[in-house]
Design a binder for this molecule. Sequence first.
Ligand code: HSE
Length: 403
Amino acid sequence: MKKIAVLGYGVVGSGTVEVFYKNKEALEKKVGEELDIKYILEVRDCPDERYRDKFTKNFDDILGDPEVTVVAEVIGGIKYSYGYVKSALEAGKSVVTSNKELVASKGAELLKIAKEHNVNFFFEASVGGGIPIIRPLNQCLSANEIDEIAGILNGTTNFILTKMIKEGMGFDEALRIAQELGYAERDPSADVEGHDTCRKICILASLAFGRHVYPDNIHTEGITKITLEDVKYCESMNSVIKLIGFASKRGNDVAVMTCPAVINEESQLSGVNDVFNAILVRGDAVGDVVFYGKGAGKLPTASAVVSDIIVAAKSHGTSRSMNWEDSAQDFVIPYKKLDNKFYIRAKADRKTVEGIFGEVRFLSRDGAPDDECAFVTPVINEAELEGKCASLDVLGLIRVLDY
Ligand code: HSE
């Protein structure tokens, strides 16, 4: 019999317990022995909860219990989870987590500790919710050099942008619905400011390129400045706006960024709507592979957590975790050295714009004021663009990406 502890009983924690007990019999067949959840760590009192006899407020109950071999950390954040995960691994327990903040900032260290203690540290649920991406990237695509990863990695912002694009709904109302549906982070600024996407692309980049990519080194923009005017101009060039995380190999270095992007309707990423995520992986042998599914929500995320629990229970006594080295900042190319095309909306006339940028593609929308001008620049260096924009009253600026 393998005993499991679940740390946290929020949206993902309660989903994990629900999926576990719903499919317990089938899961036991897969592992080849009986399984049970012995503890649920939760600071709140939950007297009416079905599984209240398993609740504890004391992590040491779990740490000191040799029967517990697998710990599922679904608390989120770093404050408590880092110490809990570290000490569980050091105590010889495998850990699975949905916590992208933890993996993105401490992944290299925790993987090393897992290896040293011959246990596993798995985090399938940390990227893409229910979409299998970590294990496929690490195992099924391991024959490839990965050249590029680009994805819609945040369900909340994709849900908001879809509502804006398809229904003309305002930002605040769309965010409120996403929160009610359990997609958003506890502090939704992590979603809308792009930090959640940034953490996820850092995890994928670390895995793909074998060196830890730290969120602090990545240029990150969210969707809070996107307006319905921008949506309309992009529509006029058969394009949509999506929040994209990308990581691209450039020689020995990588370009990694999180930003809203104008994506042509012909791209596979353009039709990814609502809470769905999609991740495009470009390998040198396989070509392009796209992973698609629900990127947030209670049961999709729990699906990935429980799957990791099963692999961890099956592989107890061996260390099958993935691996990446720690790394220095200079692995990531500073974003100002990158080149891109840009969509710009400005208070300016066409002559002024052409004087600054040369030949551009002008866009139009119904009801635009006379002093508003929207256009797409040629490919230009990011630092150079900043200089050119200094003499312009810029109302909106979004990268145009080819995926
Ligand atoms: N807040 C995240 C999202 C949850 O909206 O994608 C899943 O990581």
